[in-house]
Design a protein around this ligand. Structure first.
Ligand SMILES: Nc1ncnc2c1ncn2[C@@H]1O[C@H](COP(=O)(O)OP(=O)(O)OP(=O)(O)O)[C@@H](O)[C@H]1O
Length: 649
């Protein structure tokens, strides 16, 4: 299956940045913030009090200037200075308390969101992961969540704190001198309009930047995972160029952000400064005319200066909030993707009659041989199965169509077909990694759509051609295949997979393997993946070319041991080589998304040209299905019905 991912920044995949308002988006964080609301609110109240304390300074100053200074009273001046010092210390202590109150709860909010995202990713269908670039998911789980935590800790609190401080400050200013107060208030309206326009422009650029971080993460991840290919083909320069290009694009977007921010910050600083200058001139004239006391003018200007930071900070607080809204939106884009349904679907009553009466089932292999109920519905049965990849163009042909196949209880069926004919896709349908587009699959007569996924995945074990090992010990990797399996089962599974090499590892089955552990060869990995598939003695075994990386000698040993396991299970084995085919009782040929022949290896060799071609040297070169024109002619005259009689064990 393809593992490459298109960047998730394609416009059709992502909603426009301004689709939902920033406030509505951020409100979605409430379920995560709810558990820490008391501490967060206490911290906000503490910050509001601390910030409003800064407005008391001008009142004390006015008292000092109009009182002790005018009266030449040094004792009063010292008292005033002491009060200012006490206010300053209290303000600092309160801001410290605010930090202490929010730091720990907000880290747990981030952890809870990350845990939810991870849990959800595990439950999303394979089709979702086929579509999404892993770097995009990675950046959402790391950078975006950090941005959200920082928003809750800082901008959210300070938008409230500064809002309250500005409102209280202006009440004080208007109370001190309403005329001068109005002069200072004059820039408020144009500033609001500018902030609104800035918000919309910044939202779009910030979305672009965060998506580009995701794309960059994807390139880094692919470069690390594919380092052997990059080195092997000397592609480090072109890879570095691709990285540099993306990096340059991101730099451009960040510069656009910086330009927007610089613009709004400049205006937010300039307009109030101009208003303050005008108020200063007017106030000085009034003091000179004796219409205003010097203390009031000092208090007025100190209050206005105390409001400078709350006003100046609005620009970057809004920018950070916008980034947090984008991060939240990106988080919920993943969280809103529907999980694999763990509920069972409605399925028709299971009976031999319904199975026999299912569309396209009348000619299902294995039914005409007069077998009893067990052979009629037992085992693994595909009935009129059709499958179309959800992300493939609607008009394209389904990958699989009219698949009717019956693997009897205890039987092993080899699935053979040219590359791209749909073998991997067919095997992935049995453990329901993808949902069928039509038809049904039954295990011992039970529709898999009507089974709990957990039950289904206990019944069916899989091993894919690409063996994936996790950063864990050999034993943990193998025992992943069966919950509660013990050491004797582990030894047996390693024995079946001819994985004696495990004993020679530094710590035996306890040796760490996978990305962070010891590197194993392709064949060794494949044998561990096979051991994982067989460790739980599954009723149904699905093996996608599990021996492709083994040398002929080891393959023969694994096959000999595997025969015992296969005798206990009903198995579907994708095979490319005659040696693997010989493990099976019968062989099905998949061609152009359909089963075109079923029979024993000998029968198909004798009667089917496409099969002969695939099993010959030419076949193992894995020519594309589109190139197998000769076999197409053969399958036309030799349809599935004609081969039913050959389907004997
Ligand atoms: N996620 C996907 N989305 C769309 N099309 C896909 C996807 N995965 C596979 N395909 C297409 O489905 C077809 C069958 O692929 P599949 O991997 O099942 O073939 P295969 O017979 O197993 O090939 P091989 O022998 O090379 O492993 C191919 O044309 C492939 O391009």
């Amino acid at each position: 299956m393809p593992t490459t991912h298109a960047p998730a920044t394609e416009p059709d995949q992502l909603p426009p940045a301004a689709e939902q308002s920033a406030v509505r988006t951020l409100l979605r964080l409430w379920p995560y913030v709810r558990p820490v609301r008391a501490r967060w609110a206490s911290a906000a109240v503490v910050a509001v009090v601390a910030s409003c304390l800064s407005l008391v300074f001008p009142i004390v100053l006015k008292w000092i200037v109009d009182g002790p200074v005018t009266d030449h009273d040094p004792g009063g001046v010292w008292l005033g200075a002491g009060m200012l010092l006490a206010l300053g210390v209290t303000e600092a202590l309160l801001f410290g308390l605010r930090r202490w109150l929010v730091a720990r709860p907000l880290v747990s909010v981030e952890a809870a969101m990350r845990a939810d995202l991870y849990r959800h990713l595990q439950r999303l269908p394979v089709a979702f992961h086929d579509r999404w670039a892993s770097g995009q998911l990675l950046s959402r789980g790391t950078t975006d969540l950090m941005v959200v935590r920082m928003f809750l800790a800082f901008p959210l609190t300070f938008l409230i704190v500064n809002g309250v401080t500005i409102a209280a400050g202006f009440v004080l200013l208007l109370a001190q001198d309403w005329g001068l107060g109005l002069v200072l208030l004059a820039p408020a309206l144009p500033l609001m309009v500018l902030c609104y326009r800035f918000e919309s422009a910044y939202a779009a650029v910030s979305r672009r930047a965060q998506d580009q971080v995701g794309d960059l993460t994807t390139v880094v991840e692919e470069s690390v995972l594919g380092i052997r290919i990059i080195k092997g083909f000397g592609r480090h320069r072109s890879q570095a160029r691709a990285f540099r290009d993306l990096s340059r694009t991101l730099r451009g977007t960040e510069l656009t952000k910086a330009r927007l921010l610089a613009g709004i910050l400049g205006v937010i600083t300039l307009l109030p400064e101009l208003a303050l200058g005008a108020a200063l001139v007017l106030g000085s004239v009034q003091v000179a005319d004796g219409k205003l006391s010097a203390g009031t003018l000092v208090a007025f200007l100190s209050t206005a200066l105390a409001l400078r930071w709350p006003i100046d900070s609005i620009g970057f607080l809004l920018a950070m909030s916008q980034e947090a809204a984008t991060a939240t939106r990106r988080f919920f884009e993943v969280m809103d993707a529907p999980e694999e349904s763990f509920e069972v679907m409605d399925a028709p009553e299971e009976s031999s009659e319904t199975a026999a009466g299912a569309p396209g089932q009348a000619d299902a292999p294995g039914r005409e041989d007069g077998a009893g109920r067990e052979d009629g519905v037992g085992g693994l049965r595909f009935e009129g199965v059709r499958f179309h990849y959800p992300d493939a163009p609607e008009a394209s042909e389904p990958v699989l169509d009219h698949i009717d196949l019956h693997i009897r209880s205890g039987e092993t069926l080899a699935l053979v077909g040219a590359t791209g004919s749909g073998k991997t896709t067919l095997t992935a349908l049995v453990p329901r990694l993808h949902e069928l587009s039509g038809g049904r699959i039954t295990l011992d007569g039970r529709d898999i759509a009507a089974m709990e996924r957990e039950e289904l995945r206990t019944l069916v074990s899989v091993a894919f051609e690409e063996p994936t090992l996790f950063s864990a010990s050999v034993a943990e990797n193998v025992l992943m295949g069966a919950a509660g399996a013990d050491d004797s089962q582990l030894d047996r599974a390693l024995g079946v997979a001819q994985a004696a090499f495990v004993k020679a590892l530094p710590e035996g089955a306890g040796t760490q393997v996978g990305e962070q552990g010891l590197s194993l060869s392709g064949g060794q990995r494949q044998r561990l993946a096979l051991a994982r598939a067989v460790v739980g003695r599954p009723r149904f075994l699905v093996l996608d070319d599990p021996l492709s990386a083994l040398d002929v000698h080891t393959e023969a040993l694994v096959e000999a041991a595997l025969r015992e396991v296969l005798a206990e299970s009903t198995a579907l084995v994708v095979a490319h080589r005659p040696s693997t085919v010989l493990l099976a009782d019968r062989v099905a040929l998949l061609s152009g998304g359909r089963i075109t022949a079923v029979g024993t290896h000998q029968e198909l060799l004798r009667d089917n040209a496409e099969y002969r071609h695939l099993m010959s040297g030419a076949g193992t070169s894995r020519s594309d299905t589109s190139g197998s024109g000769t076999s197409g002619a053969d399958t036309e005259e030799d349809g599935p019905e004609g081969r039913e009689g050959k389907g004997t064990r």
